[in-house]
Design a protein around this ligand. Structure first.
Ligand code: PLP
Length: 320
């Protein structure tokens, strides 16, 4: 059987995405280190193109599709958040039409961020179920390619390029922590890191009230939650993906959960010590890192997955 994910595929992805995604920096803080003992080093995907890692998976997925089927007419996805922005940006760069299906309740700022890249927006209902139906309809009527947010091997390979970069930038890293929504980000990263250097620990982090990966791992099978709630609005998926779950099960050391308070505090710490602004979803990994007892000198790298955020609400996260 053809391997659906491999080190080679992640390396191919890294070449595919180089005109779209930056190699994001690692951010260090000596002041923080002196206080805590261990070294907390941020992988700053909040500084990525369109301000989240989503550009990696979506550019890899769309480029592979265009290579295989040059005649595709456009791309479509359903997302009010970072994935929608990333797909809109990649389509804009490639000169492809894009349609992004968003909820009727989507905030102005998110609509503007997508329409800034010339994508067409269709507002549809309030539930993700309604939007997925509409997305499939558009795909059929217009002949557009559906770019899924996480459950696709090209998306997973694209997100895995973060694992490759961390090992190149910090070969003696001890622990990598990753926010978990549908699980695409952590699947790619854990697959790459565990195959390249199994000594590195990979830990997933979820909000307490949006913990579908945690629950699914405990039950040993994909488990759907009735509802999810968190300020980390990029992590509200009701269940893990069918492709991501088996990868997480095999390669991730552990999934832990953090409280809403811990997430807010982590946002504040990133601003105070690193002078960088994560969105709450992006700081969930930092919150996980702050809970751990890692030992002196250990190199702990939370992936700060995004920075798209209503800046007028920032002061609420900052304590003197
Ligand atoms: C999408 C997203 C996540 C979660 O990624 P998954 O691949 O769905 O697990 C985490 N953080 C941010 C900022 C996101 O946009």
């Amino acid at each position: 059987m053809k391997k659906l994910i491999s080190i080679q595929k992640v390396e191919d992805a890294h070449r595919n995405i180089k005109d779209f995604a930056k190699v994001t920096p690692l951010l260090f803080s000596e002041a923080f280190e002196n206080k805590q003992g261990f070294k907390l080093i941020l992988k700053a995907e909040n500084l990525q193109t369109t301000n989240s890692f989503k550009i990696r998976g979506s550019s890899n997925c769309i480029i592979n599709k265009v290579k295989a089927t040059p005649e595709i007419k456009g791309v479509v996805t359903a997302s009010s958040g970072n994935h929608g922005q990333a797909v809109a940006y990649v389509a804009y760069k490639l000169g492809l039409p894009a349609m992004i299906v968003m909820p009727e309740t989507a905030p102005r700022a998110k609509i503007n961020a997508v329409s800034g890249w010339k994508a067409k927006i269709e507002l549809c209902g309030t539930t993700s179920g309604e939007r997925l139906v509409r997305m499939q309809q558009i795909a059929k009527e217009e002949g557009y390619f559906v770019v899924p947010p996480y459950d696709h091997y090209d998306i997973i390979a694209g997100q895995g390029t973060i694992g490759k970069e961390i090992l190149e930038q910090l070969p003696d890293v001890d622990v990598v922590l990753v926010p978990v929504g549908g699980g695409g980000l952590i699947s790619g990263i854990s697959y790459y890191i565990k195959n390249a250097n199994p000594k590195v620990k990979v830990i997933g982090v979820e909000p307490e009230k949006s913990n579908s990966m945690y629950v699914s791992l405990e039950k040993g099978a994909i488990t759907r939650l009735d509802k999810t709630r968190s300020i980390a609005d990029g992590l509200l998926s009701l269940e893990p993906g069918s492709l991501t779950f088996p990868i997480v099960k095999e390669y991730v050391d552990e999934v832990i959960t953090v409280s809403e308070n811990e997430i807010s505090e982590a946002v504040g710490k990133c601003i105070k010590y690193y002078k960088t602004v994560p969105e709450p979803s992006g700081a969930v990994s930092v919150a996980g890192a702050l809970k751990g007892d890692w030992g002196a000198g250990k190199k702990v790298v939370p992936v700060v997955s995004g920075g798209n955020f209503d800046m007028s609400s920032l002061s609420a996260f900052i304590e003197a």
